[in-house]
Structure formats: C-alpha cells, structure tokens
Design a protein around this ligand. Structure first.
Ligand code: GLV
Length: 318
C-alpha cells in the first residue's frame, strides 16, 4: 500500500503525477486557504504534507500528524511552519530555494521601476482618456540609473538584485549579518554598511531578508525617519518586516517618496489607507509567479515530499 500524503491545495498536473506514482493523495476540500481544522483532521493518517505559504503549520497541526515524516513547503520562505517543533518531532521540513531566485529579482526590478517612473499611475491616467498631449512635466518620476541602491539581506535573491543593478550603473550597499567574502563583494560591486547608513544614503531600499523574530518590524517609524525624502522602499520578502502603519504614515507625510509592495503584514489584508495612496504600487504576492518558476517550485516540493515519505533525506531541508 502506498503511503498517504495531504496536499492543502491543487498543484500543477505534472507535480500531481509525480506524487501519485509514489503516494496516495488527499486534498483539502477548498482550494482557497483550507481551515486549520480541516488540515488537522486530514493529517492524522498522513506521512507527508505538501503546503503553501498561506497555510499555518503550527504545533497543533504538526502534533496531529502522528505519522508525519515530512512537511514540504511550496515556497522558499517557511515562516508559516513551526520548524523547531517539527524538528523536535523528527519531521523533515523542506522549501524550494534556488528555482525562484531570478524570477523574484526580476519582479523586484519591475516594482522598483514601476514606482520610480509612476507606471501604474500613468497607465490609469491614460486609460481614463486624460492624455491630451505631450507635456514637459507629465508624470515626472525618479531617475534610476546611477543612483544608490541599498539591499537589506544579501542572500540568493538579494545578490540577483545586485547583479541587475550593475546594468543600471547603480552604486550598491547592503546589510546582512553574514558579510560576503571580499572577492564576491568586488565581483558584485557591493559594500557592506550598517542598516542605519544604508537607510540614510540609499535612493532605493529593497528588502530580501527572511522573516524572523529579529527582522519583525525591522523597518518602522525610526527607520523611515532616517531615509531620504526622495527614497523608495521595495518589499518583496515578507510583509511583517515592515511596520505597515508606520509606512502609511511615512508615505502620507512624504517622509519618503514612494513604496512598492508585493507582501503585506496581515496578508491578504492590506492597510486601508495604502489603497488610496498614489505613491505606492501594490502587487498580490507574485514575486515568483512566472509559469516556469511556479512549475519548478511545485516539482521541487513534490520531490522533497517523496524523498521524505520514503525515508530519504530530502534535497531542500531547512
Ligand atoms: C514566496 O514568497 C516564497 O517564499 O516562495
């Protein structure tokens, strides 16, 4: 008899096929954020769980999985899982690093350019039939080329963002608890500074750090006060790294020039006031959302799941 696994959501058919060969699959009933109660009920006789970043896999859920061997998250971030508790129960936890690095770096630039050059606002204006002719002062934005970029968290995605910055002839500074080897810093053209200096000197600040107790509200009122008035903040990492209420205030008071967000503090809820501000561009957590990458993520998660239920050490342990 094949081992049983629980999938909280539908996956691409290619990934389902892969899992079906090795396991008996049960899905949660709704494809939209299943309830914790349902996951707890269905996980009881399962050896593997494949979940998304919207599923909260806490102690209560993990404890209900008496036969659980592996929790495969279909995401690179894993702040939705109580990893420590899973490990204390001898359960593998896996993620999908690597496959989404370039895609997420691309979206970071899409957001940065969209805010700097006011692309969504100009699009709304044009669609509203308000384009009545070329004007010297129409939708003046911020120059990007040659400016100072500050990267918070120089992991895989942060580095891919830095590589792209070279094309824009930008000067790049970064902050990270682990410095890059000097040789790599030289190759990437980046220099490590303190967070405060990064905030003070950057024209663009982009966040690529994981959400941990140390990075929760890393950017709040004090940090906004340090930033330049012309600065733009980009967050494609995790919402709670930024204090969303403090961000609203900084944008309203024009303490900073603009922001681009792909993630939110209480996803999918968004601070009501953000929705009414023109100097912020809002995306629905689509950092890794290219067809190719999302398929690779699903296949990676499926493979990790299979390895885990077969008692092999999965490729992508966290
Ligand atoms: C997306 O946010 C991810 O963590 O993969």
């Amino acid at each position: 008899m094949k081992p049983k696994v629980l999938l909280t959501h539908q996956l691409f058919p290619e990934a389902i096929e892969l899992i079906k060969k090795e396991a008996e699959i049960e899905f949660c009933s709704s494809d939209h954020s299943p309830s914790k109660k349902e996951i707890i009920q269905k996980i009881k006789d399962k050896q593997g769980l494949l979940c998304l970043l919207v599923d909260t896999i806490d102690q209560e859920v993990i404890a209900a999985g008496q036969q659980l061997k592996v929790i495969a998250n279909c995401a690179v971030g894993y702040n939705n899982i109580d990893v420590e508790y899973a490990h204390s129960r001898g359960i593998y936890v896996t993620n999908t690093p690597g496959v989404l690095t370039e895609t997420t770096a691309d979206l970071t630039w899409a957001l940065l350019l969209a805010v700097a050059r006011r692309v969504p606002e100009a699009d709304r204006f044009t669609r509203a039939g308000r384009f009545t002719g070329w004007r010297l002062d129409l939708f003046l934005g911020q120059e990007v080329t040659g400016k100072q970029l500050g990267i918070i968290g120089l992991g895989r995605i942060g580095r891919a963002v830095a590589e792209r910055a070279q094309g824009f002839k930008m000067k790049v500074i970064y902050t990270d608890p682990r410095p890059l080897p000097e040789e790599e810093e030289r190759k990437l053209g980046v220099k490590r500074v303190s967070l405060d200096d990064l905030l003070k000197y950057s024209d663009f600040v982009t966040i690529h750090t994981a959400l941990t107790p140390q990075t929760y509200h890393l950017i709040s009122a004090r940090e906004f006060a340090l930033m330049k008035k012309e600065a733009i903040l980009i967050n494609v990492a995790r919402g709670p790294v930024v204090d969303e209420k403090a961000l609203v205030e900084a944008l309203e008071k024009k303490q900073i020039w603009g922001a681009g967000l792909d993630v939110y503090e209480r996803e999918p809820l968004i601070e009501e006031k953000l929705l009414r501000l023109d100097n912020v561009v809002l995306l629905p957590h689509i950092g890794s959302a290219s067809r190719e990458t999302r398929l690779k993520m699903a296949l990676t998660a499926a493979k990790n799941l299979i390895q885990g239920i077969q008692g092999k050490k999965p490729d992508n342990l966290v």
